[in-house]
Design a binder for this molecule. Sequence first.
Ligand SMILES: Nc1ncnc2c1ncn2[C@@H]1O[C@H](COP(=O)(O)OP(=O)(O)O)[C@@H](O)[C@H]1O
Ligand SMILES: [Mg+2]
Length: 273
Amino acid sequence: MKKRLEASFLAPLRNPELRQLYGKSLRGGLLLYGPPGCGKTYLARAVAGELGAAFLHVSLADVLDMYIGQSERNVAELFRQARDSAPCVLFLDELDAIGQKRSLTRNSGMRTTVNQLLTELDGIGSDNDGVFVLAATNHPWDVDPALRRPGRLDRTLLVLPPDRTAREAILRSHFAKRPVERIDLAGLAKRTDGLSGADLAHLVDSAAEIALMESVRTGSARMITMADVQTALRDVRPSIGPWIETARNVALYANESGEYDELAKFIRKHGRR
Ligand SMILES: Nc1ncnc2c1ncn2[C@@H]1O[C@H](COP(=O)(O)OP(=O)(O)O)[C@@H](O)[C@H]1O
Ligand SMILES: [Mg+2]
């Protein structure tokens, strides 16, 4: 996934001369999608560090305002700010908060906000050069199709649950600043198939909590042990289950155009486990 992010987003961004040579414009943005807690927001933050460009992170839920007209003004202001800080990556997190299919948004205030966003993405009457849009959602199928037309958020990247190697690395990073004794990271990674990054973070938190509570009780601090992790593991359920169910339906019944081929492949593999 890092490789694909590099190819479709970072490399063209870093090489303006090559862009010019191949006549590739940087219009349009990249939409990260996938199950909750698997690192979309985390990844976007990492992109900021990677680029050395200014980075503007907004959750779209925060842009929406109950007062008629205010949400559009917020969106316009956001893009103005992004253009002022160019070169700049504008990260629109939780895109589904606004980009809901227009047929779903009965509230007409919401519709004008979507239109404002479309206008800004098209750069009508303004210059979007040097503003790169990255967006994220758990539910791309609820995102207004108009937002995903060419020149807008036209590229997608599926962010999947961590594989074994990634799980081991995530566990290691979450244990790194804690007092631990003989934790079998490789073994744990093997037994946590299906857990998201957020689930793994929660697992480590719960194990730490068990050790903490006992230390409070006995009055002397002790290490976090493998037994604590095993106890914690009994209560951790994969949180992506409901998402998988929805995604399965989309992959089966709403993939005529092939836009969810990557998702369908993941779902088939997931089903075989
Ligand atoms: N690649 C990763 N490395 C370390 N921690 C991760 C990683 N992916 C997810 N996490 C953990 O899961 C949490 C949720 O990830 P997040 O990016 O918010 O998920 P999403 O935006 O896809 O719902 C993070 O705060 C972090 O604790
Ligand atoms: Mg997120």
